[in-house]
Design a protein. Structure first.
Lengths: 250, 262
């Protein structure tokens, strides 16, 4: 069964200036453990789609199901990663990681131990008492990912999580995050405008149309390499890259 | 080795700059006081009208044998009360206005008008409503401080990054959690700077209040001194006010250093 199922989503939002038809009849499925990327022209409503999946925005029509159960409020099974790491400057790394547990009121000894285990496992143990301003961009992003993993979500939503980083850092952080996601065996939906990022990370890529967004085509990426960096170096990479790039409406 | 020397030179230079600033600050006071005293002694200015440092010192020592400390205590108490009450009310109102967008929109013009209104105009009403004496003075202080506190604290609250609010909402946070986990800690610096503004205004309010209605306090001494043409008393009270206001400001700066890390 599909872990995440998006059925016929429609979204119109109202502003004093008028009505915007952002999403129209969008269908999507994500299997357990799968990594799905969503690409499309800028401003086509990719971020809106993630907000709908997370239950932060109610669609005008259609439904979202997680394990067959309808999402009708902010879903506790989802972990959302934003463009910037959004670490709180007044909290040290450890306290930042505990944020989700605090908000969800599940800061039990077991969960705290699990969060600390993640910190240790992913190399931030020596920085537990450090404040975000003393961390590099890559470490900050890793801390943000651990904050998201700490409350054990079933699905990770990644909203252009690397776009605030410079190119070199971006490649290595991308690799880093991918490795962590795979080793924790999380199901993920990545939204990005960077086709190479989508091809290097995803098992499947959804291409969206211009607004109102709907699915234009779906690609199953077959590059048999374990990490994004190695995929980028593979001979098939440019084939997939070009095929998808040509598909995106301009 | 050369780098170290340059570093040492730089540090030495910085230290010297700091010392020069402090020396200049002291020099301004010393020169000002000396010139004033000299001008008064040589008859360049009439010390009956302009007083002089030595006369101020003399009247302060004379008064300190009588009831000077009582007057200081009265004013300080009124000022601290006005400061604490207005900060508390202002903070709570700001929280309410942050909480409800509708309330904020509805009340916006009233906040603007109340801010623009010269609160001293309410003096006679205050005396009639709450009676004369300390209550009237504290009320005046609170009125002068509270609107500015609301505006400054609310501005800090509203400067919270939307993306961070979004993050908390995606974690399923309640409005109260957003307030306590994000909005309050992220606006600490704004809150402390609001406190600093408030201290100045609390003094304005207190002295205004004492001008209107009082039987004791430094504002009372100033009004009384002016009425009987004892300008030494007026000057002495003003000097003491400067010292007290400076002291309170320093205290808040100290709190700032502790609260706002780095």
């Amino acid at each position: 069964m599909d872990l995440l199922e998006i059925k016929n989503i429609d979204l119109k939002y109202q502003t004093p200036e008028g009505e915007t038809h952002a999403v129209e009849g969008l269908n999507m499925t994500v299997k357990e453990g799968e990594f799905v990327a969503v690409v499309g022209p800028s401003g086509c409503g990719k971020t809106t789609l993630l907000s709908i999946i997370a239950g932060l925005i109610k669609p005008s029509g259609g439904k979202v199901f997680i394990s067959g159960k309808e999402v009708d409020d902010v879903s506790p099974r989802i972990g959302y990663m934003l463009q910037k790491d959004q670490l709180f400057e007044w909290r040290n790394v450890e306290a930042n990681v505990m944020l989700g547990l605090e908000i969800k009121k599940i800061k039990t000894p077991q969960n705290v131990a699990y969060a600390k285990l993640l910190i240790e496992k992913y190399g931030l143990k020596d920085f537990m008492r450090s404040f975000p301003r003393n961390l590099s961009g890559g470490m900050r992003q890793r801390a943000a990912l651990i904050r998201t993993l700490a409350f054990k979500p079933d699905i990770l939503l990644l909203d252009e999580p690397f776009s605030a980083l410079d190119f070199q850092t971006r490649l290595s952080v991308c690799d880093d995050v991918y490795r962590i996601i795979k080793s924790e065996n999380k199901t993920s939906v990545l939204v990005t405008h960077d086709v190479s990022e989508a091809v290097s990370m995803a098992d499947r890529v959804y291409v969206l149309t211009k607004r109102p967004a709907t699915v234009k085509s779906v690609f199953e990426i077959k590059i048999d390499k374990p990490t994004p960096l190695e995929k980028r170096e593979d001979k098939d990479f440019s084939y997939w890259f070009n095929r998808i790039r040509r598909e995106i409406p301009t | 080795m050369k780098i170290l020397n340059e570093r040492e030179k730089y540090l030495k230079n910085e230290r010297r700059k700091k010392i020069i600033v402090i020396l200049c600050r002291i020099a301004i006071v010393v020169v000002f006081v000396a010139l004033w005293e000299l001008a008064a002694n040589t008859g360049l200015i009439d010390s009956f009208f302009f007083s002089s440092p030595s006369r101020i010192v003399k009247i302060i020592t004379d008064l300190s044998r009588q009831n000077l400390f009582y007057h200081i205590f009265v004013t300080l108490k009124e000022c601290v009360k006005a400061f604490v009450i207005s900060t508390a009310i202002g903070f709570l109102v700001a929280v309410a206005l942050w909480w409800s967008d509708a309330l904020r929109k509805i009340l916006d013009p009233y906040v603007v008008i109340l801010n623009a209104l010269p609160k001293i105009a309410l003096g006679p009403l205050i005396i009639i409503w709450v009676g004369s004496g300390e209550r009237a003075i504290v009320t005046m202080g609170v009125l002068i401080c509270v609107v500015v506190t609301v505006i400054n604290v609310l501005t800090g609250f509203l400067a919270t990054e939307n993306e961070k609010i979004f993050l908390l909402r995606s974690l399923g946070a309640s409005k109260f959690q957003i307030l306590t986990k994000l909005v309050l800690p992220s606006s600490t610096a704004d809150f402390v700077s609001a406190l600093k503004v408030n201290i100045g205004l609390a003094w304005v309010g207190t002295i205004m209040g004492e001008y209107l209605v009082s039987g004791a306090g430094l504002g009372y001494l100033i009004i009384y001194g002016g009425a009987v043409f004892n300008l030494d008393l007026v000057m002495a009270s003003t000097v003491l006010l400067c010292l007290l206001a400076g002291g309170m400001y320093f205290a808040v700066s100290l709190i700032e250093k502790i609260v706002v890390k780095k």
